[in-house]
Design a protein around this ligand. Structure first.
Ligand code: UD1
Ligand code: UDP
Length: 357
């Protein structure tokens, strides 16, 4: 089988690494993978660092699209991907998650010969955000819908998508298990939190970063926590902290750093007393690592983390953030809705069966 895998943003490097490893290690001579990087993320700490530490093969193509408005970015990716699919003629185009890179590849592939396979199919938060548009359109154009949880299966069925649907479990869980064994704990000393109680925080959703009131409420609440708060800041967030004159306050009151590598991030998350975030992936990783999570959103697609009491949705309400961070505890029980850590193996199996190769 010949696959063309499309990645572009940080969370996609983490997830694609696991499936690439499975393809190379266990099916070395059976399958061929062509890797296309759209260039959506391009800073060294948002891209290159993941290829190095996760031993992801060099991309065969980098479309170099970079930061643009949604329409222009998606359109440039679409044109570039169509040409690569045409040239490479794969059996399957494999896409991950819910970014503009996912959508561009889905639009291109759904009108061409190869099967379109979507990892993280069926995730829904019920909100009107760009990622939800990307998820829904990708699923409706897809041929193979690789669902990480039973809830995702229900969502697909509710939308009338029943063909090509498979429960695989979550590749993010596979990735986390791999990284936990290799966590880079030197970061704990670097940030002065080894053996200390501390909060880990990440913020990058446009609804939080681009809105001065919400961003200020979040920074204020983080700054008020008596513990040290480590905030590895996404470049989008740095830009808006500067634009809204919040950067100096954040730098003074928080441990504000560049984004860190995945193995460092996992070490921080595993040791933190609580994580405060608006990331999709981080909510789930916190759940896997038994770290209570406070989510800076009004809704989430990872509903099981909230229903089980491990994750609290607080939006950007300062008092709610403070309270949830202060009161965060570990529930006694935890369900296991996201599979058994062998999602990559199942994904490769489903793709091979579907193509008959
Ligand atoms: C994108 C995804 C989001 C995902 C996130 C993961 C979409 C619509 N959004 O959001 O779902 O959660 O990636 O991190 O696809 N920038 C840099 N350097 C980089 C990358 C970005 O400076 O390497 C800055 C640019 O100012 C850019 C901004 O960050 O305009 C936003 O980047 P973009 O890729 O458009 O969206 P994200 O917010 O990263
Ligand atoms: N991550 C990382 N370094 C950081 C912040 C996040 O390696 O400084 C990892 C994190 O462990 C997770 C992924 O990046 O695997 C999540 O990416 P992000 O929050 O940007 O995107 P989302 O999951 O919200 O789409």
């Amino acid at each position: 089988m010949k696959l063309l895998t499309v990645v572009g943003a940080r969370p996609q490097f983490v997830k694609a690494a696991v499936v690439s490893r499975e393809l190379r290690n266990d099916h070395q001579n059976e399958h061929e993978e062509v890797l296309v990087h759209t260039g959506q993320h391009y800073d060294e700490e948002m891209s290159e660092v993941f290829f190095e530490e996760l031993s992801i093969p060099r991309p065969d193509y980098n479309l170099g699209v970079g930061s643009k408005t949604h329409g222009t970015q998606t359109a440039e990716m679409l044109a570039g991907l169509e040409a690569r699919i045409e040239d490479e003629n794969p059996d399957v185009v494999l896409v991950y998650g819910d970014t503009n890179s996912t959508l561009a590849a889905a639009i291109a592939a759904s009108k061409m010969e190869p099967l379109l396979a979507h990892v993280e199919a069926g995730m829904r938060s019920g909100s009107d955000i760009p990622e939800e548009t990307n998820r829904v359109l990708t699923d409706h154009g897809g041929d193979l819908l690789l669902a990480p949880s039973p809830d995702a299966l229900d969502n697909l069925e509710r939308e009338g998508i029943t063909n090509g649907v498979h429960f695989t479990g979550d590749v993010g869980y596979d990735a986390l298990l791999w990284a936990r064994e290799r966590a880079d704990e030197s970061v704990l000393s670097d940030f002065g939190v080894r053996g200390e109680e501390f909060v880990l925080a990440t913020v990058h959703r446009d609804t939080n970063t681009d809105d001065p009131e919400r961003l200020e409420a979040i920074i204020d609440a983080l700054a008020d926590d008596p513990r040290r708060v480590v905030l590895p800041a996404h470049p989008r967030t740095v830009g808006f902290l500067e634009a809204f004159d919040l950067y100096e306050r954040a730098e003074r009151e928080l441990t504000l750093t560049d984004p860190v590598g995945y193995r460092q991030f996992v070490a921080l998350l595993d040791s933190a007393s609580v994580v405060t975030t608006d990331s999709g992936g981080v909510q789930k990783e916190a759940f896997f690592l038994d770290t209570p999570c406070v989510t800076l959103r009004e809704e989430t697609e990872w509903v099981e983390t909230v229903e089980s009491g491990w994750n609290t949705l607080v939006g950007a309400d300062g008092d709610a953030i403070r309270r949830a961070m202060r009161d965060a505890t570990k529930p006694n029980e935890k369900p296991t809705p996201y599979g058994d850590g062998n999602a990559a193996e199942r994904i490769v199996e489903v793709l091979a069966n579907a193509t008959g190769i």
